[in-house]
Design a protein around this ligand. Structure first.
Ligand code: GLN
Length: 309
């Protein structure tokens, strides 16, 4: 097996040298300000080491990667009942698409497209004030990252709210079908804020440990969720984590992964590693160009694909 530290270092060098980087998300004005020429990678391994390279300590907006954490919390709260509110099939549509919602009577295809994540947030809101739920999400992120400096970027949250016309449409649509139980502005307020959580690659790789290691934090006597639940969240990340680019990501990388329009990707090599990559330039599906490429190289070099070596 090749040496992980040299593989990671080499990937960072190769990525940094590339010109083909896609485009920074511009529909959230605050994200459009992020310089494109950045690349970071962090790999947390089974023996408790974190190997980093490039801009691995720079905080970025985790955006839709936060949907993994809200899904974890909602499953903890209502268990399999969640699936009466949200499906678990890939959508084959862009993350902010509304077309399927009409055909499927307001029930979103999966928890990772925007409509699904807003419905998951609504589940977390039951019996709580938005502020309490946001506190719960942030506490969970800090707990799994083992880092109390994980925070919400209020500028990004405000920017999302000001330009969140599509998300507002999705939420209203679901409200009309009674898929949302709480006020639309509560669900959206919490959603915009959890998308605006910032983490560095190092923090995000730490936060993903429970998914890579059967629900547990390796080296510690801490069980975050059951191994069955971790396995299922990983299955959803593999099939739905990159929207209408999920099939291509599985084909090229072969790992469960969740992307965000901030340019981050959290990927899971079960039993081997929790991996975070970040580069703000996106492909047309909203997935990081260099992030996906870096994971493709890493999974190949380390023979980590869940489909075999
Ligand atoms: N906050 C973003 C949105 O709602 C999240 C999208 C993403 O990361 N794919 O549009």
């Amino acid at each position: 097996m090749p040496n992980l530290a040299s593989v990671v270092g080499e990937i960072a060098q190769r990525m940094t040298a590339r010109d083909e980087r896609g485009k920074v998300a511009s529909y959230i004005p605050e994200l459009a300000k992020v310089p494109i020429d950045q690349f970071g990678i962090a790999v947390f391994t089974a023996d408790g080491e974190t190997i980093v390279a490039g801009d691995a300590e720079v905080p970025f907006s985790i955006q839709s990667i936060s949907k993994v954490f809200t899904l974890t919390l909602a499953l903890g709260k209502v268990g399999d009942q969640l699936w009466t509110r949200v499906g678990r099939e890939p959508s084959g549509n862009p993350f902010n698409s509304i077309v399927q919602l009409e055909y499927e009577k307001g029930k979103p295809r999966n928890p990772f497209i925007n409509a699904g994540a807003i419905a998951v947030t609504d589940v977390l809101l039951a019996g709580h004030e938005p502020r309490e739920v946001l506190g719960e999400i942030l506490r969970f992120c800090r707990f799994v990252a083992e880092d109390d400096s994980v925070a919400i970027d209020e500028h990004v949250a405000r920017s999302e709210k000001q330009t969140g016309f599509l998300n507002t449409a999705l939420a209203n649509y679901m409200k009309a079908f009674k898929v949302l139980e709480n006020p639309v502005d509560h669900a959206l307020g919490v959603y915009f804020h959890h998308c605006s959580i910032t983490m560095s690659c190092r923090q995000l790789a730490m936060a993903g440990r429970y998914l890579a290691f059967s629900g547990r934090l390796p080296g510690k006597d801490v069980s975050v969720i059951s191994s069955e639940r971790a396995r299922r969240i990983n299955a959803l990340m593999l099939t739905c984590g990159h929207y209408d680019g999920s099939g291509d990501f599985a084909f090229r990388v072969g790992l469960p992964g969740k992307s965000g329009v901030g340019g981050g990707i959290l990927a899971v090599a079960p039993g081997e590693a929790s991996i975070a990559v970040w580069s703000p330039g996106l492909d047309p599906h909203g997935n990081s160009v260099l992030g996906s490429l870096a994971l493709e190289h890493l999974a190949k070099a380390m023979r980590w694909s869940v489909f075999g070596d």
